[in-house]
Design a protein around this ligand. Structure first.
Ligand code: AMP
Ligand code: GLY
Length: 424
């Protein structure tokens, strides 16, 4: 089968890595891809949200399945575009349609969905410019810290957690009346603060059946000890030790089943991944958010642990036969550490030569922001590459990642030296 992956990060390199091992793969394409995908697949230099360009790629390369990495093409309706096109509608797309993508595209929609389908989540109310005063009054009824969320996609920046009531009120006003996050904050969700430890659980569904993929924890802050600015993710670990079987059983019963049943009841035919951001509050799981794609860098630890053929699973998603597919996961721990450009997540330089990759042993290098030029790998983004290793323990796997990182170099390279610090 010829498969096209949309996206260009570490997540998409991990998809390409896993799909390239499939017995069923013929040709693999990544659009636009990076220097890592370039070495195991064919990169196609198009924008994944340019659907006409995607269509042309599908015809030019006789693509038989499309796997969508990031949320933007899903929220903008790439799957709907395929279904509405006579020539494309028989080509399966792994990733939900616009209606399902609203679980990530609108916090207001996803909160309403959770409450309606009895998925445990923080209590909340939504407000617009017209109801600003009611929003301020609602804040007065809550205990600090106050959680304010822009309804729409705001590049991961739309959530504010504030200790002071006055600040919460003025930020609410900034979001609603001064469009602090543009159109995304024309509706704001205010919710109860959940005190606990975060982790993520990933589900692959064909709309009827599901497989629960390995759990993972990512490290979002730039600085050690979880300090400093938020990033796309600086490292990840799978499995999460505190997510034991009893906890995961609760996740399946109270969250996964209610979510899949809720989608069915809403008439949303969902084919793809659901990334469930959870808070473990005294042993009970609460949903913080849904994403309609895999996480990055979580994918770089979750997919390598899956022993089954990923393309076979994707065929099960497309044909709604996921229940018949074999699914197994290694008990080994996987860790990944992200190498980033100096300055990231603020301003940083690109185009630095990455050296030493040929010396890496016993780790997998997943490229994120890289490109190849004249036989060199050059940095081409804030997050440059993720170094994934397996081990019998978190410490063991991390040691391999860090030993290999010592062999890799680029100007102003930065990374966190304490991934997993809270788990070991
Ligand atoms: P979100 O974009 O919804 O994932 O929120 C970003 C981050 O804010 C999450 O990863 C949590 O760390 C934090 N967060 C969101 N909602 C809550 C909440 N209700 N209670 C505590 N922390 C939260
Ligand atoms: N690592 C978090 C995300 O992919 O959203």
């Amino acid at each position: 089968m010829n498969v096209l992956i949309l996206g260009s990060g570490g997540r998409e390199h991990a998809f390409a890595y896993k799909l390239s091992q499939s017995k069923k793969i013929n040709q693999l394409f990544v659009a636009p891809g990076n220097a890592g995908t370039d070495s195991i697949a064919t990169n196609i230099n198009i924008d994944p949200t340019d659907f006409q360009a995607v269509k042309k790629t599908v015809f030019d390369y006789e693509v038989e399945m499309v796997v969508v990495g990031p949320e933007a093409p899903l929220v903008e309706g790439v799957h709907d575009f395929f279904l509405e096109d006579e020539e494309l509608k028989s080509i399966p797309v792994i990733g939900p349609k616009k209606d399902g993508a609203l679980l990530e595209g609108s916090k207001d929609f996803s909160k309403e969905f959770m409450i309606k389908h009895s998925v445990p989540t923080a209590q909340y109310q939504s407000f617009t410019e017209e109801t600003l005063e009611k929003g301020k009054a609602f804040l007065e009824t809550l205990n600090p810290p106050y959680v304010l969320k822009a309804d729409g996609l705001a590049a991961g920046k739309g959530v504010l957690i504030l200790d002071s009531l006055e600040e919460a009120k003025s930020e609410l006003e900034e979001m609603l009346t001064n469009q602090k996050f543009g159109e995304a904050s024309s509706t704001v969700v205010i919710e109860e603060f959940l005190d606990g430890i975060e982790l993520s659980v990933f589900v692959l569904t064909d709309g009827k059946n599901y497989k629960i993929l390995p759990s993972a924890k990512d490290y979002k802050r730039i600085g050690e000890g979880d300090k400093g600015l938020n990033t796309g993710g600086m490292g990840a670990i799978s499995p999460v030790p505190f997510a034991d079987q009893a906890f995961l059983d609760k996740v399946e019963e109270s969250i996964v089943k209610s979510t899949i049943n809720g989608l069915k009841k809403e008439g949303i035919d969902y084919k793809g991944f659901i990334f469930i951001g959870l808070m473990n509050v005294k042993g009970n799981p609460f949903v913080i958010e849904y994403n309609v794609r895999m996480g990055d860098p979580e994918t770089e630890v979750v997919l390598p642990r899956i022993e089954s053929d990923l393309l076979d699973l994707f065929e099960g998603v497309a044909n709604q036969t996921l229940d018949t597919k074999e699914f197994s996961v290694t008990s080994k721990t996987a860790t990944t550490v992200m190498l980033v450009s100096g300055g990231y997540p603020e301003a940083y330089e690109k185009g630095k030569i990455v050296s030493g990759l040929e010396n890496v042993q016993d780790s997998i290098v997943f490229h994120a922001g890289t490109k190849s030029e004249n036989d060199n790998v050059l940095t081409n983004g804030g997050r440059v590459m993720a170094i994934t290793s397996f081990g019998d323990s978190i410490e063991d796997a991390l040691q391999k990642s860090y030993e290999n990182i010592d062999k890799i170099h680029f100007d102003k390279m930065n990374y966190r030296k304490d991934i997993g610090f809270d788990l070991v």
